[in-house]
Design a protein around this ligand. Structure first.
Ligand code: SAM
Length: 229
C-alpha cells in the first residue's frame, strides 16, 4: 500500500478564521498558495525549485500549524526556499498574511495532506530538508497508527530528500521522540551526526507548544538526521 493510502495523520478541525486571515487568503492567497496536483504517470514531476521566483534548495515543512516558526525561519535563513504544507485553513490564512506583511518571496504554501503531496508532487531526491515541528502527538496507544512518523511515511520522506539533505523533527512527547529516534536510526540511508538527540538548531524559534511545554517542565526532543550520499 502506498503511504497515502494509510490512515490519515490529522483530523480536519473547524476553527475560526479572523476577517484579516480571510481577506489575506482571498486577495493574496492565489499568489503564494500552490494548488495540489497529481503529475500524470507519463510526465515527470517538476522540481519544487520551480514553485519559487528564485531557484534555491527547497525545504518542506509538514504541518506548520499557525506558521509562526515557518515564516521566522524563512526570514532568518533566506538561502533556502520553504514549502509549508498544512491542512488547517485558519493556519493557512495566517501564514498568507505573514508572507504578505513580511514580503517573503522564499515561502510558499500547499494546503493538502503532506503525505499525498510528497507522493504526488515531490520528485525523488529533490528536497534539501524536511521540518516536522510538534506533530500531532496522538498520545493514546490505539491512536499511534495515526502518527506521522511511521515506517512507510518516513521511507517516503527519506526518498524525497536529496543526498546530504536533512530531516529535522521536534516533539515534547518523550515516547514519540524515542520511537522516532529508533525508527530513523534503523534507516540505513540516514546518518545521525549527533549521539542520539540533537541540540536545538539556533535558527529554530520557540513555538506556542514549546513555550507551554517549558512552563510545564517538559523538554523538547530534537532529532536531526542527514541523508547519506
Ligand atoms: C500539533 S500541530 C503543530 C503545529 C506547528 N508545527 C507548531 O509547532 O506549532 C500539528 C499540525 O500538523 C498538521 N498536520 C498533521 N498531519 C498533516 C498532514 N498529513 N499534512 C498536513 N498537515 C498535517 C495539523 O493540521 C496541525 O496543524
Amino acid at each position: 500500500m502506498s503511504a497515502s493510502g494509510l490512515i490519515k495523520t490529522y483530523v480536519v478541525r473547524s476553527g475560526r478564521m479572523t476577517d484579516a486571515q480571510r481577506q489575506a487568503l482571498e486577495s493574496f492567497g492565489p499568489s503564494v498558495i500552490i494548488p495540489f496536483s497529481k503529475a500524470n504517470a507519463a510526465s515527470a514531476k517538476p522540481s519544487p525549485e520551480g514553485f519559487f521566483p528564485t531557484r534555491k534548495p527547497v525545504v518542506m515543512e509538514i504541518g506548520f500549524g499557525m506558521g509562526k516558526a515557518t515564516w521566522q525561519i524563512a526570514q532568518v535563513r533566506p538561502q533556502y526556499n520553504y514549502l509549508g504544507v498544512e491542512v488547517h485553513t485558519p493556519g493557512v490564512g495566517r501564514l498568507v498574511m505573514e508572507i504578505r506583511d513580511h514580503g517573503l518571496d522564499n515561502l510558499r504554501i500547499i494546503q493538502h495532506d503532506a503525505v499525498e503531496v510528497l507522493e504526488a508532487m515531490i520528485p525523488e531526491a529533490s528536497l534539501a530538508g524536511l521540518h516536522i515541528f510538534y506533530p500531532d502527538p496522538w498520545p493514546k496507544k490505539r491512536h499511534h497508527k495515526r502518527r506521522l512518523m511511521r515506517q512507510p511515511i518516513v521511507d517516503l520522506m527519506v526518498s524525497r530528500l536529496a543526498p546530504g539533505g536533512y530531516l529535522y523533527f521536534v516533539t515534547d512527547i518523550e515516547d514519540y521522540a524515542a520511537a522516532t529516534l529508533e525508527l530513523l536510526a534503523g534507516i540505513g540511508g540516514l546518518a545521525n551526526p549527533f549521539a542520539g538527540y540533537a541540540p536545538r538548531m539556533d535558527w529554530r524559534p520557540e513555538t506556542k507548544f514549546e513555550a507551554k511545554a517549558a512552563r510545564e517542565s517538559r523538554g523538547a526532543f530534537e532529532l536531526y538526521f542527514t541523508k547519506r550520499a
